[in-house]
Design a protein around this ligand. Structure first.
Ligand SMILES: NC(=O)N[C@@H](CC(=O)O)C(=O)O
Length: 425
């Protein structure tokens, strides 16, 4: 195994130092390190972060390998600075059995670019009618700890209660896609001034807020862990703030796109901006940014949702919801938060690793720590060219935008998955 000596790198924003990576761990850290056998990388001007961890990735395999595979999504993740991703269960077949989660987990190991941690479905076929085999998935080789029907809400309160109770046995967590389905029938975008003007059916903020309010009460009642996917409204932030103040075991994520874009984008009628939950108003964006800074929202998760051309380049009403995210998330975080490296490390690596229970991830580079880390050049700007993305899909909302920050290298247990901004395999 090649050793790497990274010279003069800022670890999470601190004064420059050297890092020696050997045998899968950070072997040494300090000024003036030498190692004759090591490959030397110049870290001048670069920031080392603990490898990013994405709690919400759609890898589409099995079933829609034309849109993404475990391997292509893993490569996109490594290029985005990630060392671990949690793969959502809305595949075909659905990841609702030990067999499917083990398949995804094995494919991740074979690709070897990031650790792929499968998420199991809460209900059979994501149909919301009957609990899936949560215990069998937890006991499988994939050791599933996060369960989600993402794409669908676990709308039945009794099933949601049972699921929350069930996962307590193995310290699992239910990640809820908060959307009261009766309030979003036919919805195409955020319900508000823009939807009224465009004549499109609206997805009201209350459809999200009502489910979060219900679920935090259920989680409190049964003393279990709830994670709220892709929080998108100012009202949801208030519900979460209240729940956290009461001591409810709830965590929440926000996506890069909900931190940057608004429903005004729908005026273009370009379905690349169609997403679930929908892009909201500038007031919501401001509330989400404040909540992320404050910690009411715990993490940034990408909701990387690749879609084939025919599912996106069509009329708005027929387009699938979802956007790419893995290869641009760190840049959007840098744009939104500025160079607050400790906050970025917390929201994009340490906290998601804790929530997912991913050992070996989410620890700042220091002697003895597994060498899961990424090197960022914050001074670089790059223009996003969809054709150059590693994802099999092209549905990025940032096409031709110049974004700050570039991932120079990513290491997974001491092996480079990205060097010089390029995937190593
Ligand atoms: N977030 C999205 O817009 N899409 C997700 C599922 C979903 O949440 O609808 C997808 O799987 O494409």
């Amino acid at each position: 195994m090649t050793a790497y000596l990274i010279k003069s790198v800022s670890v999470v924003g601190a004064a420059p130092t050297d890092l020696l990576i050997r045998d899968g761990v950070v072997a040494e850290a300090g000024a003036g390190l030498t190692a004759p056998d090591a490959t030397v990388l110049d870290g001048t001007g670069l920031v080392a972060l603990p490898g990013l961890v994405d709690l919400h990735t759609h890898l589409r395999e099995p079933g829609r390998e034309d849109a993404e595979t475990v391997e292509s999504g893993s490569r996109a993740a490594a290029l985005g600075g990630y060392t671990a991703v949690c793969a959502m269960a809305n595949t075909s077949p659905v990841a609702d059995t030990a067999g499917v989660v083990e398949q995804v987990w094995r494919l991740g190991r074979e690709a070897g670019l990031v650790d792929v941690q499968p998420i199991g479905a809460v209900t059979v076929g994501l149909a919301g009618g009957q609990l899936a085999e949560l215990g069998a998935m937890a006991d499988s080789a994939a050791r599933v700890r996060i369960f989600s029907d993402d794409g669908h809400c676990v709308a039945d309160p009794k099933l949601m209660r049972r699921a929350l109770e069930y996962v307590k046995a193995f310290d699992g967590v239910i990640a809820q896609h908060a959307e009261e389905p009766r309030l979003t029938e036919g919805a195409q975008m955020h319900e508000g001034e823009v939807s009224t003007r465009l004549g499109l059916t609206g997805w009201p903020a209350v459809a999200e807020e009502a489910i979060i309010a219900r679920d935090v009460l259920l989680a409190e009642h049964v003393g279990s862990r709830l994670h709220v996917c892709h929080v998108s409204t100012a009202g949801s932030v208030e519900v979460l703030r209240h729940a956290k103040a009461r001591g409810v075991k709830v965590t929440a994520e926000v996506t890069p796109h909900h931190l940057l874009l608004t429903d005004a984008k729908a005026e273009t009628y370009d379905p690349v901006y169609k997403v679930n939950p929908p892009l909201r108003t500038a007031t919501d964006v401001a509330a989400l940014r404040a909540a992320l800074a404050e910690g009411v929202i715990d993490i940034i998760a990408t909701d990387h949702a690749p879609h084939a051309v025919e599912d996106k380049e069509c009329e708005w009403a027929y387009a699938r919801p979802g956007m790419l995210g893995l290869e641009t998330a760190l840049s959007i975080a840098l744009d939104v938060l500025g160079p607050q490296w400790d906050l970025i490390a917390e929201r994009m690596s340490r906290a998601p690793a804790r929530i997912a229970g991913l050992d070996g991830h989410g620890a700042d580079p220091a002697p003895g720590v597994p060498a899961n880390l990424t090197l960022v050049d914050p001074a670089a700007r790059r223009t996003i060219e969809p054709a150059e993305l590693a994802s099999r899909s092209r549905n990025t909302p940032y096409a031709r935008m110049a974004l700050p920050g570039r991932i120079v290298a990513t290491f997974l247990r001491g092996e480079p998955t990205v060097l010089d901004g390029k995937a190593t395999k």
